[in-house]
Ligand binder design. Sequence first.
Ligand code: UD1
Length: 418
Amino acid sequence: MQKLVINGGKKLGGEIVLQGAKNAALPIIAASVLCGEEIILHNCPRISDTYSAMRILTYLGCRAGFEDKNTAVIKAENVSADGISDELMREMRSSIFFLGAVLGRTGRCRITLPGGCDLGPRPIDMHLSALRKMGVTIREEFGALNCTAENGLHGAKIPLSFPSVGTTENIMLAAVLAEGTTVIHNAAREPEIIDLASFLTACGAKINGAGSGKITINGVKSLYGCEYTVMPDRIACATYLACAAAAGGELVVSDCRPSDMESILTVFEQMGCILHTTGEKIYFSAGRPLKAVTPIRTMVYPGFPTDAQAVIMAALCKAKGTSVFAENIFENRYKHVDGLRRMGADILVEGKVAVIEGVNRLYGAKTDAPDLRGGAGLVAAALSAEGTCEISNIHYIDRGYEEIEKVLSSVGADIVRI
Ligand code: UD1
Protein backbone atom coordinates (compact mmCIF):
# COMPACT_ATOMS: atom_id res chain seq x y z
CA MET A 1 0.00 0.00 0.00
CA GLN A 2 1.51 3.31 -1.08
CA LYS A 3 1.25 6.54 0.85
CA LEU A 4 2.35 10.15 0.58
CA VAL A 5 4.65 11.53 3.26
CA ILE A 6 4.66 15.30 3.48
CA ASN A 7 6.80 17.54 5.63
CA GLY A 8 4.81 20.76 5.68
CA GLY A 9 5.89 24.34 6.05
CA LYS A 10 7.90 24.72 2.82
CA LYS A 11 6.87 27.61 0.60
CA LEU A 12 6.20 26.74 -3.03
CA GLY A 13 7.90 28.49 -5.91
CA GLY A 14 8.30 27.78 -9.62
CA GLU A 15 6.27 26.70 -12.60
CA ILE A 16 3.82 23.86 -13.09
CA VAL A 17 2.86 22.75 -16.58
CA LEU A 18 -0.74 21.68 -16.15
CA GLN A 19 -1.98 18.22 -17.11
CA GLY A 20 -4.85 17.53 -19.51
CA ALA A 21 -8.34 17.34 -18.05
CA LYS A 22 -9.50 14.03 -16.63
CA ASN A 23 -13.16 14.94 -17.09
CA ALA A 24 -12.61 15.78 -20.75
CA ALA A 25 -10.26 12.88 -21.57
CA LEU A 26 -12.58 10.17 -20.21
CA PRO A 27 -15.67 10.88 -22.34
CA ILE A 28 -13.38 11.53 -25.34
CA ILE A 29 -11.67 8.14 -24.92
CA ALA A 30 -15.11 6.52 -24.78
CA ALA A 31 -16.15 8.53 -27.85
CA SER A 32 -13.30 6.94 -29.82
CA VAL A 33 -15.47 3.81 -29.95
CA LEU A 34 -17.71 5.67 -32.40
CA CYS A 35 -14.95 6.04 -35.01
CA GLY A 36 -13.49 3.12 -36.89
CA GLU A 37 -10.35 5.07 -37.80
CA GLU A 38 -7.30 5.99 -35.77
CA ILE A 39 -7.61 8.67 -33.07
CA ILE A 40 -4.54 10.48 -31.79
CA LEU A 41 -5.13 12.25 -28.50
CA HIS A 42 -2.56 14.74 -27.24
CA ASN A 43 -2.42 16.09 -23.67
CA CYS A 44 -4.14 12.95 -22.41
CA PRO A 45 -3.35 12.64 -18.68
CA ARG A 46 -1.59 9.48 -17.50
CA ILE A 47 -3.84 8.86 -14.53
CA SER A 48 -5.37 5.63 -13.33
CA ASP A 49 -8.82 6.56 -14.71
CA THR A 50 -7.52 6.98 -18.26
CA TYR A 51 -5.73 3.62 -17.95
CA SER A 52 -9.06 2.11 -16.79
CA ALA A 53 -10.81 3.62 -19.83
CA MET A 54 -8.16 2.12 -22.10
CA ARG A 55 -8.56 -1.28 -20.44
CA ILE A 56 -12.27 -1.08 -21.33
CA LEU A 57 -11.36 -0.27 -24.94
CA THR A 58 -9.03 -3.27 -25.08
CA TYR A 59 -11.74 -5.47 -23.56
CA LEU A 60 -14.08 -4.30 -26.33
CA GLY A 61 -11.55 -5.40 -28.94
CA CYS A 62 -10.03 -1.99 -29.75
CA ARG A 63 -6.38 -0.95 -29.81
CA ALA A 64 -5.54 1.67 -27.19
CA GLY A 65 -2.43 2.87 -25.41
CA PHE A 66 -0.01 5.71 -24.79
CA GLU A 67 2.57 6.03 -27.54
CA ASP A 68 4.39 9.06 -26.28
CA LYS A 69 4.37 10.84 -22.92
CA ASN A 70 0.83 12.21 -23.12
CA THR A 71 -0.21 11.07 -26.56
CA ALA A 72 -2.67 8.23 -26.69
CA VAL A 73 -3.48 6.33 -29.85
CA ILE A 74 -6.79 4.53 -30.20
CA LYS A 75 -8.23 2.50 -33.02
CA ALA A 76 -11.68 1.03 -32.63
CA GLU A 77 -11.80 -0.91 -35.89
CA ASN A 78 -13.94 -3.62 -34.36
CA VAL A 79 -16.10 -3.11 -31.28
CA SER A 80 -17.61 -6.03 -29.43
CA ALA A 81 -21.27 -5.52 -28.50
CA ASP A 82 -21.07 -8.22 -25.82
CA GLY A 83 -20.68 -5.57 -23.17
CA ILE A 84 -18.22 -4.66 -20.43
CA SER A 85 -17.22 -6.82 -17.48
CA ASP A 86 -18.47 -5.91 -14.02
CA GLU A 87 -14.86 -5.61 -12.80
CA LEU A 88 -14.06 -2.93 -15.39
CA MET A 89 -17.39 -1.12 -14.94
CA ARG A 90 -16.68 -0.78 -11.22
CA GLU A 91 -13.23 0.75 -11.65
CA MET A 92 -14.69 4.22 -12.20
CA ARG A 93 -17.91 6.18 -12.63
CA SER A 94 -16.94 7.23 -16.14
CA SER A 95 -17.29 3.64 -17.41
CA ILE A 96 -20.92 4.71 -17.96
CA PHE A 97 -19.81 6.75 -21.02
CA PHE A 98 -19.13 3.50 -22.83
CA LEU A 99 -22.87 2.73 -22.70
CA GLY A 100 -23.79 5.63 -25.00
CA ALA A 101 -20.72 5.10 -27.19
CA VAL A 102 -21.05 1.32 -27.66
CA LEU A 103 -24.81 1.62 -28.22
CA GLY A 104 -24.15 4.35 -30.78
CA ARG A 105 -21.68 2.15 -32.64
CA THR A 106 -23.28 -1.29 -32.36
CA GLY A 107 -26.89 -0.80 -31.18
CA ARG A 108 -26.30 -3.12 -28.21
CA CYS A 109 -24.47 -3.05 -24.89
CA ARG A 110 -24.55 -5.00 -21.66
CA ILE A 111 -23.23 -3.28 -18.54
CA THR A 112 -23.41 -3.41 -14.77
CA LEU A 113 -23.58 -0.33 -12.56
CA PRO A 114 -20.50 1.93 -12.65
CA GLY A 115 -18.19 2.44 -9.67
CA GLY A 116 -16.20 5.54 -8.71
CA CYS A 117 -15.76 7.67 -5.61
CA ASP A 118 -18.46 7.29 -2.99
CA LEU A 119 -19.93 10.79 -2.98
CA GLY A 120 -23.40 9.63 -1.91
CA PRO A 121 -26.01 8.18 -4.25
CA ARG A 122 -24.90 8.52 -7.87
CA PRO A 123 -27.80 7.07 -9.84
CA ILE A 124 -27.82 6.69 -13.63
CA ASP A 125 -31.59 7.06 -14.00
CA MET A 126 -31.29 10.16 -16.20
CA HIS A 127 -28.81 8.41 -18.53
CA LEU A 128 -31.16 5.43 -18.92
CA SER A 129 -34.32 7.46 -19.40
CA ALA A 130 -32.63 9.55 -22.13
CA LEU A 131 -31.45 6.42 -23.95
CA ARG A 132 -34.97 4.95 -23.76
CA LYS A 133 -36.26 8.09 -25.51
CA MET A 134 -33.75 7.36 -28.28
CA GLY A 135 -35.15 3.88 -28.90
CA VAL A 136 -33.14 1.76 -26.47
CA THR A 137 -34.84 -1.08 -24.62
CA ILE A 138 -33.25 -1.73 -21.23
CA ARG A 139 -33.78 -5.04 -19.46
CA GLU A 140 -32.39 -5.80 -16.03
CA GLU A 141 -31.00 -9.32 -15.91
CA PHE A 142 -29.10 -10.78 -12.95
CA GLY A 143 -27.86 -7.35 -11.82
CA ALA A 144 -26.79 -6.33 -15.34
CA LEU A 145 -28.46 -3.95 -17.78
CA ASN A 146 -29.06 -5.42 -21.20
CA CYS A 147 -29.51 -2.52 -23.59
CA THR A 148 -30.58 -2.92 -27.19
CA ALA A 149 -31.79 -0.61 -29.93
CA GLU A 150 -33.52 -3.18 -32.16
CA ASN A 151 -34.29 -0.64 -34.88
CA GLY A 152 -31.23 1.50 -34.29
CA LEU A 153 -31.02 4.69 -32.23
CA HIS A 154 -33.09 7.66 -33.29
CA GLY A 155 -32.99 11.34 -32.42
CA ALA A 156 -35.24 12.67 -29.65
CA LYS A 157 -36.10 15.80 -27.71
CA ILE A 158 -34.60 15.27 -24.25
CA PRO A 159 -35.33 17.73 -21.45
CA LEU A 160 -33.09 17.11 -18.42
CA SER A 161 -34.56 17.68 -14.94
CA PHE A 162 -31.02 18.66 -13.82
CA PRO A 163 -28.10 19.66 -16.07
CA SER A 164 -26.14 16.48 -15.36
CA VAL A 165 -22.66 16.48 -16.91
CA GLY A 166 -22.46 12.74 -17.47
CA THR A 167 -26.01 12.47 -18.83
CA THR A 168 -25.43 15.31 -21.30
CA GLU A 169 -22.23 13.61 -22.52
CA ASN A 170 -23.80 10.16 -22.76
CA ILE A 171 -26.67 11.53 -24.85
CA MET A 172 -24.18 13.28 -27.16
CA LEU A 173 -22.29 10.01 -27.59
CA ALA A 174 -25.45 8.05 -28.37
CA ALA A 175 -26.81 10.76 -30.68
CA VAL A 176 -23.94 11.47 -33.10
CA LEU A 177 -24.55 8.33 -35.19
CA ALA A 178 -28.32 8.11 -34.48
CA GLU A 179 -30.94 8.62 -37.18
CA GLY A 180 -32.26 12.20 -37.11
CA THR A 181 -31.88 15.09 -34.69
CA THR A 182 -31.47 15.03 -30.91
CA VAL A 183 -32.05 18.15 -28.85
CA ILE A 184 -30.92 18.28 -25.21
CA HIS A 185 -32.72 20.93 -23.17
CA ASN A 186 -31.24 22.07 -19.85
CA ALA A 187 -27.93 20.53 -20.93
CA ALA A 188 -24.85 20.85 -18.70
CA ARG A 189 -22.64 23.79 -19.75
CA GLU A 190 -19.29 22.66 -18.30
CA PRO A 191 -16.21 23.41 -20.46
CA GLU A 192 -15.61 19.66 -20.74
CA ILE A 193 -18.91 19.35 -22.67
CA ILE A 194 -17.51 21.80 -25.22
CA ASP A 195 -14.30 19.76 -25.42
CA LEU A 196 -16.23 16.56 -26.12
CA ALA A 197 -18.29 18.36 -28.79
CA SER A 198 -15.11 19.77 -30.37
CA PHE A 199 -13.55 16.31 -30.48
CA LEU A 200 -16.66 14.74 -32.01
CA THR A 201 -16.92 17.60 -34.51
CA ALA A 202 -13.29 17.01 -35.50
CA CYS A 203 -14.38 13.43 -36.29
CA GLY A 204 -17.23 14.63 -38.51
CA ALA A 205 -20.15 14.89 -36.04
CA LYS A 206 -22.73 17.68 -36.38
CA ILE A 207 -23.21 19.33 -32.98
CA ASN A 208 -24.45 22.83 -32.18
CA GLY A 209 -24.85 24.70 -28.92
CA ALA A 210 -22.34 22.86 -26.69
CA GLY A 211 -21.63 25.16 -23.75
CA SER A 212 -25.22 26.46 -23.77
CA GLY A 213 -28.33 24.93 -22.21
CA LYS A 214 -29.57 23.65 -25.58
CA ILE A 215 -27.46 21.23 -27.59
CA THR A 216 -28.57 20.00 -31.01
CA ILE A 217 -27.01 16.91 -32.55
CA ASN A 218 -27.77 15.95 -36.14
CA GLY A 219 -26.93 12.28 -36.63
CA VAL A 220 -24.37 11.42 -39.33
CA LYS A 221 -23.70 8.06 -41.02
CA SER A 222 -20.12 7.60 -39.78
CA LEU A 223 -17.22 9.35 -38.08
CA TYR A 224 -13.60 9.46 -39.19
CA GLY A 225 -10.35 9.53 -37.26
CA CYS A 226 -8.69 12.73 -36.04
CA GLU A 227 -5.85 14.21 -34.04
CA TYR A 228 -7.06 16.18 -31.01
CA THR A 229 -5.61 17.94 -27.96
CA VAL A 230 -7.47 17.49 -24.67
CA MET A 231 -8.25 20.74 -22.79
CA PRO A 232 -6.37 21.66 -19.58
CA ASP A 233 -7.58 20.36 -16.22
CA ARG A 234 -9.24 23.23 -14.37
CA ILE A 235 -9.65 21.19 -11.17
CA ALA A 236 -5.99 20.12 -11.08
CA CYS A 237 -5.15 23.79 -11.64
CA ALA A 238 -7.36 24.80 -8.68
CA THR A 239 -5.65 22.11 -6.61
CA TYR A 240 -2.12 23.37 -7.28
CA LEU A 241 -3.19 26.96 -6.59
CA ALA A 242 -4.81 25.79 -3.33
CA CYS A 243 -1.53 24.06 -2.42
CA ALA A 244 0.36 27.32 -3.01
CA ALA A 245 -2.26 29.33 -1.08
CA ALA A 246 -1.97 26.92 1.87
CA ALA A 247 1.83 26.57 1.85
CA GLY A 248 2.62 30.14 0.80
CA GLY A 249 4.86 31.24 -2.03
CA GLU A 250 4.54 32.05 -5.69
CA LEU A 251 3.54 29.80 -8.53
CA VAL A 252 3.14 30.02 -12.27
CA VAL A 253 0.70 27.52 -13.78
CA SER A 254 1.10 27.26 -17.53
CA ASP A 255 -0.95 25.48 -20.23
CA CYS A 256 -4.12 26.30 -18.30
CA ARG A 257 -7.28 28.14 -19.30
CA PRO A 258 -8.07 30.83 -16.69
CA SER A 259 -11.26 31.83 -18.54
CA ASP A 260 -12.83 28.49 -17.49
CA MET A 261 -12.02 29.14 -13.83
CA GLU A 262 -13.55 32.48 -12.91
CA SER A 263 -15.65 31.24 -9.98
CA ILE A 264 -12.55 29.60 -8.48
CA LEU A 265 -10.08 32.42 -9.13
CA THR A 266 -12.46 34.92 -7.49
CA VAL A 267 -12.30 32.90 -4.29
CA PHE A 268 -8.49 32.99 -4.26
CA GLU A 269 -8.66 36.77 -4.71
CA GLN A 270 -11.02 37.03 -1.75
CA MET A 271 -8.50 35.04 0.28
CA GLY A 272 -6.01 37.82 -0.39
CA CYS A 273 -3.96 36.01 -3.04
CA ILE A 274 -2.69 38.02 -5.99
CA LEU A 275 -3.40 36.62 -9.45
CA HIS A 276 -2.36 37.76 -12.86
CA THR A 277 -3.69 35.80 -15.80
CA THR A 278 -2.86 35.68 -19.49
CA GLY A 279 -4.55 33.47 -22.12
CA GLU A 280 -2.97 30.27 -20.78
CA LYS A 281 -0.98 31.15 -17.69
CA ILE A 282 -1.74 32.08 -14.11
CA TYR A 283 0.84 33.97 -12.05
CA PHE A 284 -0.12 33.35 -8.43
CA SER A 285 1.16 34.84 -5.21
CA ALA A 286 -0.26 33.52 -1.93
CA GLY A 287 -1.77 36.10 0.40
CA ARG A 288 -0.50 36.33 4.00
CA PRO A 289 -2.38 35.97 6.20
CA LEU A 290 -5.08 34.27 4.15
CA LYS A 291 -8.54 35.72 4.73
CA ALA A 292 -11.86 33.91 5.15
CA VAL A 293 -14.23 34.23 2.20
CA THR A 294 -17.94 34.88 1.67
CA PRO A 295 -20.09 31.68 1.58
CA ILE A 296 -19.23 29.30 -1.25
CA ARG A 297 -22.11 27.38 -2.80
CA THR A 298 -21.20 24.54 -5.14
CA MET A 299 -23.22 24.75 -8.35
CA VAL A 300 -23.22 23.67 -11.94
CA TYR A 301 -20.97 25.62 -14.32
CA PRO A 302 -20.37 28.57 -14.38
CA GLY A 303 -20.95 28.35 -10.62
CA PHE A 304 -18.31 27.16 -8.15
CA PRO A 305 -17.49 23.49 -8.95
CA THR A 306 -18.09 20.78 -6.37
CA ASP A 307 -14.77 19.23 -7.44
CA ALA A 308 -12.86 22.27 -6.10
CA GLN A 309 -14.65 22.35 -2.75
CA ALA A 310 -12.23 20.10 -0.82
CA VAL A 311 -9.02 21.77 -1.99
CA ILE A 312 -10.31 25.29 -1.32
CA MET A 313 -11.55 24.20 2.10
CA ALA A 314 -8.08 22.88 2.86
CA ALA A 315 -6.55 26.26 1.99
CA LEU A 316 -9.10 28.04 4.20
CA CYS A 317 -8.32 26.01 7.33
CA LYS A 318 -5.70 28.59 8.38
CA ALA A 319 -7.46 31.67 6.94
CA LYS A 320 -8.34 34.45 9.36
CA GLY A 321 -12.05 34.32 10.18
CA THR A 322 -15.00 32.06 9.37
CA SER A 323 -15.74 30.54 5.95
CA VAL A 324 -18.88 28.63 5.00
CA PHE A 325 -19.53 26.07 2.26
CA ALA A 326 -22.88 24.76 1.01
CA GLU A 327 -22.44 21.56 -1.01
CA ASN A 328 -25.36 21.39 -3.44
CA ILE A 329 -24.28 18.75 -5.96
CA PHE A 330 -23.38 15.59 -4.02
CA GLU A 331 -24.69 14.36 -0.66
CA ASN A 332 -21.52 12.88 0.76
CA ARG A 333 -18.76 15.26 -0.16
CA TYR A 334 -17.29 16.29 3.18
CA LYS A 335 -15.41 13.07 3.90
CA HIS A 336 -12.07 14.93 3.89
CA VAL A 337 -13.20 16.95 6.93
CA ASP A 338 -12.24 14.14 9.29
CA GLY A 339 -8.65 14.18 7.97
CA LEU A 340 -8.47 17.99 8.13
CA ARG A 341 -9.67 17.87 11.75
CA ARG A 342 -6.91 15.36 12.57
CA MET A 343 -4.46 18.02 11.40
CA GLY A 344 -6.07 20.51 13.80
CA ALA A 345 -8.66 22.21 11.57
CA ASP A 346 -11.80 23.57 13.21
CA ILE A 347 -14.67 22.51 10.94
CA LEU A 348 -18.33 21.91 11.75
CA VAL A 349 -20.48 20.01 9.27
CA GLU A 350 -24.26 20.15 9.47
CA GLY A 351 -25.98 18.50 6.51
CA LYS A 352 -24.88 20.21 3.32
CA VAL A 353 -23.18 23.09 5.19
CA ALA A 354 -19.60 23.18 6.51
CA VAL A 355 -18.31 26.01 8.70
CA ILE A 356 -14.56 26.53 8.89
CA GLU A 357 -13.09 28.62 11.72
CA GLY A 358 -9.56 29.54 10.73
CA VAL A 359 -6.88 28.22 13.13
CA ASN A 360 -3.33 29.49 13.60
CA ARG A 361 -1.64 26.19 12.89
CA LEU A 362 -2.17 22.72 11.47
CA TYR A 363 0.09 19.86 12.53
CA GLY A 364 1.30 16.53 11.22
CA ALA A 365 -1.14 13.60 11.32
CA LYS A 366 -1.86 10.24 9.71
CA THR A 367 -4.89 10.38 7.43
CA ASP A 368 -6.58 8.43 4.63
CA ALA A 369 -7.63 9.93 1.29
CA PRO A 370 -11.41 9.42 1.39
CA ASP A 371 -11.93 10.03 -2.34
CA LEU A 372 -10.15 11.75 -5.25
CA ARG A 373 -10.66 15.45 -4.50
CA GLY A 374 -10.86 14.94 -0.74
CA GLY A 375 -7.45 13.27 -0.93
CA ALA A 376 -6.06 16.25 -2.86
CA GLY A 377 -7.48 18.52 -0.15
CA LEU A 378 -5.55 16.59 2.49
CA VAL A 379 -2.35 17.05 0.46
CA ALA A 380 -2.93 20.83 0.27
CA ALA A 381 -3.54 21.04 4.03
CA ALA A 382 -0.50 18.86 4.79
CA LEU A 383 1.75 21.29 2.88
CA SER A 384 0.78 23.99 5.38
CA ALA A 385 1.04 21.81 8.49
CA GLU A 386 3.88 21.79 11.02
CA GLY A 387 5.54 18.36 11.09
CA THR A 388 4.94 15.25 9.03
CA CYS A 389 1.65 14.09 7.51
CA GLU A 390 1.11 10.62 6.09
CA ILE A 391 -1.73 10.19 3.64
CA SER A 392 -2.80 6.64 2.79
CA ASN A 393 -5.33 5.31 0.25
CA ILE A 394 -3.64 7.40 -2.41
CA HIS A 395 -4.99 5.25 -5.23
CA TYR A 396 -7.91 7.69 -5.07
CA ILE A 397 -5.58 10.63 -5.74
CA ASP A 398 -3.92 8.75 -8.60
CA ARG A 399 -7.31 8.53 -10.32
CA GLY A 400 -7.10 12.20 -11.24
CA TYR A 401 -3.61 13.62 -10.70
CA GLU A 402 -0.58 12.80 -12.79
CA GLU A 403 2.28 12.07 -10.34
CA ILE A 404 1.12 14.65 -7.81
CA GLU A 405 4.23 14.19 -5.65
CA LYS A 406 6.58 14.91 -8.56
CA VAL A 407 4.64 18.00 -9.61
CA LEU A 408 4.64 19.40 -6.06
CA SER A 409 8.25 18.53 -5.26
CA SER A 410 9.30 20.25 -8.51
CA VAL A 411 8.03 23.51 -6.99
CA GLY A 412 9.66 23.04 -3.60
CA ALA A 413 7.29 20.85 -1.57
CA ASP A 414 8.78 18.15 0.66
CA ILE A 415 6.60 15.25 -0.47
CA VAL A 416 7.48 11.65 -1.28
CA ARG A 417 5.58 8.52 -2.19
CA ILE A 418 6.58 5.45 -0.23
C1 UD1 B 1 -19.21 14.85 -13.39
C2 UD1 B 1 -17.73 14.87 -13.13
C3 UD1 B 1 -17.45 15.01 -11.64
C4 UD1 B 1 -18.17 16.23 -11.09
C5 UD1 B 1 -19.64 16.22 -11.48
C6 UD1 B 1 -20.36 17.50 -11.07
C7 UD1 B 1 -16.83 13.55 -14.94
C8 UD1 B 1 -16.14 12.31 -15.36
N1 UD1 B 1 -17.15 13.64 -13.64
O1 UD1 B 1 -19.74 13.72 -12.70
O2 UD1 B 1 -16.05 15.12 -11.45
O3 UD1 B 1 -18.08 16.22 -9.69
O4 UD1 B 1 -19.78 16.07 -12.89
O5 UD1 B 1 -19.77 18.59 -11.69
O6 UD1 B 1 -17.02 14.46 -15.73
N2 UD1 B 1 -27.65 12.47 -11.07
C9 UD1 B 1 -28.82 11.73 -10.94
N3 UD1 B 1 -29.14 10.84 -11.92
C10 UD1 B 1 -28.34 10.64 -13.02
C11 UD1 B 1 -27.16 11.40 -13.14
C12 UD1 B 1 -26.83 12.31 -12.15
O7 UD1 B 1 -29.56 11.89 -9.97
O8 UD1 B 1 -28.69 9.81 -13.88
C13 UD1 B 1 -27.29 13.42 -10.00
C14 UD1 B 1 -26.01 13.00 -9.27
O9 UD1 B 1 -26.27 12.04 -8.29
C15 UD1 B 1 -25.51 14.31 -8.70
C16 UD1 B 1 -25.92 15.32 -9.77
O10 UD1 B 1 -26.93 14.68 -10.56
O11 UD1 B 1 -26.17 14.60 -7.50
C17 UD1 B 1 -24.79 15.76 -10.64
O12 UD1 B 1 -24.23 14.66 -11.28
P1 UD1 B 1 -23.55 14.75 -12.73
O13 UD1 B 1 -23.53 16.16 -13.19
O14 UD1 B 1 -24.18 13.72 -13.58
O15 UD1 B 1 -22.07 14.31 -12.36
P2 UD1 B 1 -21.19 13.19 -13.03
O16 UD1 B 1 -21.39 13.25 -14.51
O17 UD1 B 1 -21.35 11.91 -12.33
